[in-house]
Design a protein around this ligand. Structure first.
Ligand SMILES: Nc1ncnc2c1ncn2[C@@H]1O[C@H](COP(=O)(O)OP(=O)(O)OP(=O)(O)O)[C@@H](O)[C@H]1O
Ligand SMILES: [Mg+2]
Length: 140
């Protein structure tokens, strides 16, 4: 069976506070299903919370894609956040701790980058796409 037939994919629309909670629940369940330990379950759930909260705060609506990934005998979880909001003006600045354009602490994105193994941002005045992956250690 090709690997993609086993892939788990969740597309979670973010339009409200309730959707952030829903995204947390779905992602926590996925981390458990994939075999992440308790600490990683908590960290990855925090990541989806931060990404979803940023969508809601800065773009009002968007989508979180949560899926299993398999590459070179490794498995992991991929979380991406996509919106059509105003975009992040200065990406390098946004990635520095304690720089927030709202009343936040400005620790969301730096925290996401620290927790995840892969992290990239594409952003323009037409929207933002943040893509991340966390690999499962000691798989198999
Ligand atoms: N999806 C997004 N669209 C537009 N701007 C964004 C988006 N996500 C983040 N930003 C910008 O990047 C900055 C840094 O984001 P970050 O999550 O680190 O901090 P914050 O949300 O302001 O505060 P915190 O997450 O600590 O409550 C934000 O202040 C905002 O200007
Ligand atoms: Mg934030």
């Amino acid at each position: 069976m090709p690997a993609e037939d086993n892939q788990i994919v969740h597309v979670i629309e973010i339009n409200s506070d309730k959707d952030i909670i829903r995204a947390r629940k779905i992602v926590r369940a996925l981390t458990i299903e994939l075999g992440f330990g308790k600490l990683d379950q908590a960290k990855i759930t925090t990541v989806v919370s931060e990404l979803a909260r940023n969508i809601f705060l800065f773009a009002h609506c968007g989508v979180i894609n949560a899926m299993s990934v398999e590459r070179a005998c490794k498995i992991g979880i991929s979380l991406s956040a996509v919106d059509n909001g105003p975009g992040i003006g200065e990406i390098q600045r946004a990635l520095r701790p304690y720089t927030s354009s709202s009343n936040g602490l400005g620790v969301g994105l730096p925290g996401v980058r620290n927790i995840m193994d892969e992290f990239s941002i594409k952003s323009s005045e037409c929207g933002t796409e943040i893509s991340t992956v966390k690999w499962l250690e000691k798989y198999g």
